[in-house]
Design a protein around this ligand. Structure first.
Ligand SMILES: NC(=O)c1ccc[n+]([C@@H]2O[C@H](COP(=O)([O-])OP(=O)(O)OC[C@H]3O[C@@H](n4cnc5c(N)ncnc54)[C@H](O)[C@@H]3O)[C@@H](O)[C@H]2O)c1
Length: 252
């Protein structure tokens, strides 16, 4: 049974994988046996990869600014060359800009759409060219609760994450019969350093907890199981779906 989840010999690329949820997902894939490539703008990306690859399958880290299409292409080819192929792509990199819509600048809108949506399109296109040739592959996009509901004060982010859910369906429609499975993960309220200040605000904390049936924030580790599931043979008959990992939030 556990063989279904075994990723030994598989090659996985995680964008924005040097920290946060991307790193947790990369660790999950690595623990399941995959060789992992991290593509991230962060200076410490090669060191994070070296630590991950110090045991088990190899891990590689390449720095790239994924807000730039030329860098997306360079980074992709560099990491795929290091991995020696590609079986799994996790489109994790994402940014946000907050503020009321009536004051939201065009440059903030464009920055978010570029990284969250356009980079997902470009990465998936490059990955599909390899995966269609080999007749197999798993693409895992990262949405959010705002793939399902309208988030306040994050208009560009909400637009981009809504698009992720439909891009997941569209890519699945085109590629499922040719061996590629395309699915997405929608994390809920995850406890990360980014939202530490918000979580420390008692009013914000109470409002969020009122909506989460499990009565706790998610942790980066909560994504390990679902990413391994979607990357492995265990999910071979699943494509085009976005799976919320949200402590029950969307059911409320
Ligand atoms: N944290 C949450 O609660 C939460 C909830 C729902 C969805 N998400 C989504 O999960 C994904 C990861 O979120 P996170 O909280 O781990 O983010 P994060 O900001 O902690 O980490 C993102 C990683 O992306 C890298 N990055 C940022 N800009 C980049 C660029 N231009 N080029 C290359 N790398 C870049 C950063 O260096 C970092 O390592 C995002 O798509 C986000 O929208 C997060």
């Amino acid at each position: 049974m556990m063989d279904l989840f075994d990723l030994t010999g598989k090659k996985a690329l995680v964008t924005g994988g040097a920290s946060g949820l991307g790193l947790a997902m990369a660790e999950g894939l690595h623990e399941a046996g995959a060789a992992v490539g991290l593509l991230d703008i962060a200076e410490n990306t090669p060191f994070v990869a070296a630590a991950l690859g110090s045991h088990g399958a190899p891990a590689y880290g390449v720095r790239a600014d994924l807000s730039r299409p030329d860098e997306v292409e360079r980074g992709f080819h560099e990491i795929v060359a290091l991995l020696g192929g590609l079986d799994i792509l996790v489109n994790n990199v994402g940014i946000t800009r907050r503020g009321p819509t009536e004051e939201h600048s065009l440059s903030d809108w464009e920055a978010v759409i570029q990284v969250n949506m356009t980079t997902t399109f470009l990465m998936s296109k490059l990955a599909a060219q390899i995966m269609l040739r080999q007749g197999s592959g798993k693409i895992i996009n990262v949405g959010s609760l705002y793939s399902f509901i309208g988030g306040p004060n994050q208009i560009g982010y909400t637009a981009s994450k809504g698009a992720i859910r439909l891009m997941t369906m569209a890519m699945s429609n085109e590629w499922a019969a040719r061996g590629i499975r395309v699915n997405a993960i929608a994390p809920g309220y995850m406890a990360t350093p980014l939202n530490a200040a918000l979580r420390a605000d008692p009013e914000w904390h109470r409002r969020v907890m009122d909506r989460i049936p499990m009565q706790r924030y998610g942790t980066p580790d909560d994504l390990k199981g679902v990413v391994v599931f979607l990357a492995s043979a265990a999910s071979d008959y699943i494509s085009g779906v976005t799976i919320p990992v949200d402590g029950g939030f969307l059911g409320r």
